[in-house]
Design a protein around this ligand. Structure first.
Ligand code: ADP
Ligand code: MG
Length: 674
């Protein structure tokens, strides 16, 4: 997904040869915008007229009615106005701190406005001036606003721009006056009204979405609405435009790909899948069967499959991947499966060897620390598993018919494509357990078809989650010891030592010693990112074989690890994780027939964080959790650092505008050309 960055790199729409549209001109063509003002505007990312017209007010202020000062209420934000009757700066603490105070009077009462440590503000005000102040009264005796927003009313011919209306209040930068910017936008709206109306693609969109205001009107309402509902309608109209531009780019990419690529027929003939399923020991869920049908349709189509398989933790994606792989193998093509960690690649290697070797299918592994089959690709069409090591230049995968990427959110699009290029347009199946809310899914994965495993295999025990304060640890340890004594296993997760710098490594070793004492006589293993791969695998193998009862781990175990007998997870400092990440961690338990318990220990001094964690206690629905995370922390947090490449929307809101994103997707399909 890091590749989102790549999509965005080539995204600036206008090319050099096209004549500059009127609104593409620099703001410096406007009267009154010299180099100094232009530099200030540039700090707000306003360079062209279009940028200026799309500068979004932070809010609107109802200046049709001012509250009389005498009518102000404690704690209720209000806009009021009055004349300056006095002002002054008071210094204290040896002239290092200051309060600037301004006293307004409107004939009904006096109002004190105070600013701390901004003594220079004094020069903006003079006795006798009329001043508008917006703020929340913190005291009524005397009436006081702290750090209000203010605007001096310079009586002039442009008063009608600033008064007796819903007045836009813009984000500013140092030295840029609110009134000046407001007047500039007002005049630009008038002067370029024709150009705003005439922008061609906008008109096509106007016709397509009659429920929203036409663009010209939206631009006007964004700034100078006649009623309070209009700015939101304007925002939605302009957001739709942003989403449409993104969806068009995504779909164009997809079309270019489809036009180039002829697929290898990979539907198979069931001769391997049949015995595989017969020996599996369980029957596929309805969701698994449905998804396999979708995959088979893709694999027999004219163009290579490009599909995302989204399924919550434990929904059984691996078996689906195996069946998909067998379709390619039955058709005489090789399969490559890439996983993000050696632990996971080894786990897959063990499973797939067990599943496929009896069918006579060669299975090879290639990771940074281990290569089977002398590092050469299998002779017969087979399955090659591995980590990033599969991407090594010069490592060939002849006859590659299908690429599978597990936990694909851990990879960038570039890496995914690097593996795809080892074949001639192989089919592609990417899998993720990150529950991406649909809004984001349509944005991030617009170039993939999406299948969802929305059903967990039957026979799973109940999974309960509790949030506990650190002082409850003794009871928690008692509980865990009880479960270990009953034959279950536990994960103990310490995010604190996750990025094991030199200090982190010491910390984890110390915790390890303490934990061994706490849980004695049960055996404890240690798994962290800086262990040599061979040791990691040895620890995991011992845990799987129940020679180790509790595993002290960093968030390394987050992805993919499958040990159904492990039913308890304790996560320390849980408040440091995002909800979606905790949900992934928690997905390591609740995989067997026994009931499972996840205990989130969060420091008591973070009541907000504990409330957030409560979401996890209330639901195990990954999509609901992801949506909560998206609302609470924004898309960047939900998807990790790599997602910082997502286009920044000025109007669009990924957490709220699902209907618009959906609409944009349909519009882009109907009218691909802007
Ligand atoms: P994930 O979707 O998180 O990758 P896995 O593929 O690791 O999940 O599957 C989780 C567990 O569920 C595995 O132990 C797997 O063997 C088991 N499993 C998968 N499908 C079924 C099924 N239809 N019935 C019973 N168990 C299943
Ligand atoms: Mg998995």
């Amino acid at each position: 997904m890091r590749g989102v960055l790549l999509w965005c790199a080539g995204m600036t729409a206008a090319t050099a040869n096209e004549p500059l549209p009127p609104l593409g001109q620099a703001v410096t063509i406007l009267p009154g915008v010299g180099p100094e003002r232009a530099a200030q505007l540039a700090r707000l990312e306003i360079r062209t007229l279009e940028d200026l017209l799309r500068h979004r007010p932070a809010r609107h202020e109802d200046r049709r009615h001012f509250s009389p000062i005498a009518g102000l209420q404690l704690g209720v934000p209000a806009t009021t106005r009055g004349r300056v009757i006095a002002h002054g700066v008071k210094w204290y603490q040896h002239h290092t701190r200051s309060i600037f105070e301004l006293i307004l009077d409107d004939g009904t009462a006096r109002l004190h406005c105070r600013w701390w440590n901004l003594p220079f503000m004094e020069k903006y005000f003079a006795v006798g001036q009329e001043v508008i102040a917006f703020g929340k009264p913190v005291n009524l005796k005397p009436r006081t606003l702290d750090h209000p927003e203010t605007e001096v009313c310079e009586n002039g011919e442009e008063d009608f721009i600033h008064f007796n209306r819903l007045t836009p209040i813009y984000p500013l930068t140092e030295g840029l006056p609110q009134r000046w910017l407001r007047a500039l936008i007002w005049r630009t709206l008038g002067q370029f009204a024709d150009a705003i109306r005439a922008s061609g693609p906008a008109r096509a969109l106007d016709a397509a979405v009659p429920a929203l205001p036409p663009r010209a009107q939206a631009i006007r309402w964004l700034h100078f609405p006649d009623d309070p509902a209009q700015p939101e309608l304007a925002r939605r109209r302009l957001a739709l435009e942003e989403f449409l531009a993104l969806q068009r780019r995504i779909q164009l990419r997809r079309q270019n790909f489809t036009a180039r690529a002829r697929a290898r027929p990979c539907a198979g003939d069931n001769r391997l899948i049949k015995p595989f399923l017969a020996r599996l020991g369980f029957t596929l869920t309805g969701a698994q069967t449905r998804v396999l049908r979708e995959l088979r349709r893709d694999m027999s189509g004219a163009h290579p499959m490009r599909r995302l398989l989204q399924g919550d933790v434990g929904s059984g994606k691996t078996v689906v991947a195996a069946c998909c792989g067998l379709m390619a193998l039955e058709s005489g093509y090789g399969v490559a499966l890439m996983a993000p960690t050696e632990v996971l690649a080894e786990q897959h290697f063990a499973n797939f060897t067990r599943w496929l070797a009896p069918l006579g299918v060669p299975v090879e592994l290639r990771t940074g620390s281990r290569k089977t089959g002398a590092g050469s690709p299998p002779r017969a069409p087979g399955l090659t598993l591995g980590t990033h090591a599969l991407l090594t230049a010069g490592f060939a995968l002849p006859g590659l018919g299908l690429v599978i990427i597990d936990e694909q959110h851990k990879f960038g699009v570039a890496q995914r494509e690097q593996l795809v290029r080892k074949g001639a347009y192989p089919h592609l199946l990417v899998m993720t357990a990150t529950p991406i809310p649909r809004t984001l899914g349509l944005t991030l994965y617009g170039d993939l078809d999406i299948s969802v495993l929305d059903e967990l295999p039957p026979g799973r025990g109940r999974l309960q989650t509790f949030v506990r304060a650190p002082d409850k640890r003794p009871q928690v340890w008692d509980f865990i010891r009880g479960k270990l004594a009953a034959g279950r296993q536990a994960y103990i997760v310490y995010p604190r030592v996750e990025d094991a710098g030199p200090g982190g490594l010491k910390a984890v070793t110390r915790e390890y010693a303490a934990l061994r004492q706490t849980l004695a006589p049960h055996r404890v293993g240690l798994l962290h990112g800086r262990l040599p791969p061979r040791e990691k695998e040895a620890v995991m193998a011992a845990f799987r074989a129940r020679q180790i009862h509790a595993l002290l781990a960093t968030s390394l175990i987050e992805v993919g690890v499958d040990v159904p007998n492990a039913t308890v997870m304790l996560i320390e400092n849980a408040e440091q994780f995002g909800l979606a990440q905790l949900h992934q961690l928690r997905g390591r338990i609740g995989r067997g027939a026994h009931d499972s318990w996840c205990i989130l220990v969060a420091a008591a001094q973070h009541p907000e964080a504990r409330a957030r964690l409560q979401v996890l206690a209330e639901t195990t629905d990954g999509f609901r959790i992801a949506e909560a995370d998206l609302r609470l922390r924004g898309p960047g947090e939900l998807l990790g650092q790599q997602q910082s490449g997502l286009p920044r929307f000025r109007f669009g809101d990924l957490a709220a505008d699902f209907d618009l994103i959906q609409q944009a997707r349909e519009l882009a399909a109907r009218q691909p050309e802007a």
